[in-house]
Design a protein around this ligand. Structure first.
Ligand SMILES: [Zn+2]
Length: 662
């Protein structure tokens, strides 16, 4: 058993690799850039005092390696199929406000009944109400407008199903009126499968060896529409008020905190949950599980922020969740200070979901992670750590996973991508910040150094294939979206965030300095959007060739100080011949030599954007030059043979003169 300390850990931030101010600069810039490119939704102000942060996420992990990817994409392929006809977006004439969603699951019959009161505001007059829906059964008789903020009460006429767009199109006999709020009532039913999508059943074996079932969910990216009719687009946020009718022997976990429970005449219970704040549908989550088999460890209070943290799961595995509990608490404390946002999270729960037994799960070879309103749910295999038998890599894995999920409490909610083509923003950011948190939890693991091997090198191979894809793509049909959960999104995304942090850090005490610097550095000819578009809108990455022109020792000018020259060129790095158009990247290039490394002198960033750059340097001919310190830039480097041999000689004589990352 791991010692269990209920007292708050005092967080020291001096292990941070990235000063907080710079983090915000980077974050601000990311936001600015992608407001232009897409339409990022500022979810709420960073100084919000009272809002609850809502989060959900799915994870899958390979049970045989330490690698993991969220959802079920393969770890190597980055190839997307030929784009299919784009799905239509739901018109914005009606704005979603509230889903009051009552669900009555029947785990024996493997069905559920949904009872939805959907409230929306009319922005532009229309007689059509469109919601996403998948595999739900309803009929005309149960659809009606039941409330209106004016005398306007359009009467339901008919509906039909658009199979391609997964739209439920409802027609009304008169128009909805602008600035009026309406509530439509829809009753529906559905079966519950074991398909790991939307609401689904999960099997486990209880303490007596009996096979049992519980209900759980995975809504990301577009499975919420199989749980309730809704606008299943990340940017179309609304409040959820969830009511679950269930057997008294079951407990419920969902978005929001349990407000009250009422026993009904039939002996069942209605559990009422507090309204969430306005959130994306993919954040919706629900677990209904036997009380006898599932429980939580006790709360730990982060008193400075008044946030509770706890872990939950099957009763018999709770002792093995001690480490996850510890890490969750430390990480929550760390990020609360790191991001310095006064935000009252009421609770964060970490829920370990048992792995699936039987053939279905073996076929997938995956286990799933979910995350709720402050309730982060994990596959047991990724969250258990036994102090007596667990390995360090398991410990690191738990740390990384927990940190990744907790950072989404800030990023992914503070700023949400408008659509799935910008998925990499939240995932790249979380994938980078998990490293920062892990370095805080256990500096000796040197996750910052492992970042290069485990994240940069892992995507670079796939990204040098002709089949690779840009990190941000336009094809966003549900089937394509699912394939975006890959190394390009996660690892290249993290590398881009890390690279941006490097070049924004340079001499940028304030955001104004940053913009001025960027403007000067690019002679007013390019903006940040264009700089980043090279990295996000095209596949691949460059190889930078560094050729030194060594000094010619001339008797006449021997006493003068003569600088030598670097000729720097770059081109796309391809493992195979490519017919793709020549690509342009704006590359933030840095280098160091032995002298500058020893003196900790930082050379400035040089922007490479033409095919050849000549750079005057003061490095002695006998000294080596290494480009890309700490591997912040996303590029490979090819040196001339003399410099290359100088590096080799240094490594053979005293390798401590070169930082391990390089
Ligand atoms: Zn994530």
């Amino acid at each position: 058993m791991q010692p269990f300390d209920q007292n708050e850990t005092i967080v020291k931030l001096n292990t941070c690799h990235m000063p907080k101010k710079l983090f915000w600069i980077a974050l601000s810039l990311i936001i600015t850039v992608f407001i232009v490119l897409t339409t990022l939704t500022i979810y709420f102000g960073i100084h919000s005092q009272t809002q609850t942060i809502v989060q959900y996420e799915s994870f899958s992990i390979s049970t045989t390696t330490r690698d993991y990817n969220e959802t079920t994409i393969s770890t190597e392929s980055t190839t997307l199929p030929a784009p299919s006809r784009p799905v239509e977006r739901i018109p914005t004439d009606l704005k979603p406000e509230l889903y009051q969603w009552t669900i009555k699951p029947d785990l024996v019959a493997e069905t559920f009944i949904g009872d939805l009161y959907y409230t929306f505001t009319c922005l532009e007059s229309t007689n059509k109400l469109i919601l996403h829906m998948l595999d739900l059964n309803t009929d005309n008789s149960t659809i009606a407008i039941v409330n209106s903020s004016s005398s306007s009460m359009p009467t339901f006429h008919s509906w039909f199903y658009d199979d391609y767009n997964q739209f439920m199109l409802m027609n009304f006999t008169s128009n909805f009126q602008p600035k009026t709020i309406y509530t439509v009532h829809i009753i529906y039913s559905a079966t519950i499968d074991r398909d790991l999508e939307g609401l689904y059943l999960s099997d486990y074996v209880d303490v007596n060896g009996t096979s049992r079932t519980f209900l759980t969910s995975q809504m990301e990216p577009t499975y919420a529409q199989s749980a309730l009719p809704c606008i299943d687009e990340p940017v179309r946020k609304a409040i959820f008020r969830i009511i679950v009718k269930h057997d008294p022997s079951y407990a419920v976990w969902t978005n929001g905190e349990l407000e009250q429970s009422k026993t009904l005449i039939d002996g069942r219970i209605n559990s009422y949950f507090a309204p969430t704040l306005s959130m994306s549908t993919f954040l919706l989550a629900l677990i209904v599980a036997p009380k006898s088999d599932f429980a939580c460890r006790h709360d730990r209070l982060l008193s400075s922020k008044n946030i509770k943290s706890r872990v939950c799961g099957r009763i018999q595995i709770l002792p093995q969740l001690v480490y996850a509990d510890e890490v969750a608490f430390k990480t929550l404390n760390f990020f609360n200070q790191y991001f310095d946002i006064d935000n009252a999270l009421p609770k964060i729960e970490h829920f370990a979901v048992p792995d699936f037994g039987g053939g279905a799960m073996e076929n997938y070879g995956k286990a799933y992670y979910f995350l709720f309103v402050g309730l982060l749910i994990y596959a047991e295999v990724g969250s258990l750590f036994d102090e007596n038998t667990g390995s360090t890599s398991q410990q690191q894995y738990v740390t990384i996973i927990v940190a990744h999920e907790i950072v989404h409490q800030w990023f992914g909610n503070l700023v949400s991508p408008a659509w799935w083509d910008e998925l990499w923003l939240k995932e790249g950011f979380a994938n980078y910040m998990e490293t920062v948190a892990s370095d805080f939890i256990e500096p000796s693991w040197k996750q910052d150094e492992l970042f290069v091997i485990e994240k940069i090198f892992s995507f670079m191979q796939a990204d040098s294939m002709p089949t690779s894809r840009p990190i941000s793509i336009d094809s966003t049909n549900p089937d394509d979206i699912f394939l975006m959960f890959d190394r390009i999104t996660y690892d290249k995304g993290a590398a881009i965030i890390r690279m941006m942090n490097m070049f924004f850090s340079y001499n940028s005490a304030t955001q104004q300095d940053l913009w001025r610097y960027l403007t000067e550095a690019t002679n007013n000819t390019i903006d940040v959007e264009r700089i980043m578009a090279g990295w996000t809108r095209q596949a691949g990455y460059p190889v930078v060739e560094v050729n030194r022109i060594f000094k010619r020792i001339d008797e006449n000018i021997q006493q003068k100080r003569v600088n030598s020259v670097l000729i720097i060129t770059h081109q796309p790095f391809n493992l195979f011949p490519s017919t793709a158009q020549q690509k342009i990247w704006w590359i933030p290039f840095k280098y160091f030599d032995r002298t500058s490394f020893e003196l900790s002198n930082e050379n400035p960033v040089i922007w490479l954007n033409t095919t050849s750059t000549h750079l005057s340097i003061t490095t002695s001919d006998s000294d080596w030059i290494i480009a890309n310190p700490n591997y912040y830039g996303i590029y490979r480097v090819k040196y001339d043979s003399q410099n290359f041999h100088q590096i080799l000689t240094q490594l053979q004589t005293d390798l401590t003169r070169i930082p391990p990352i390089n």
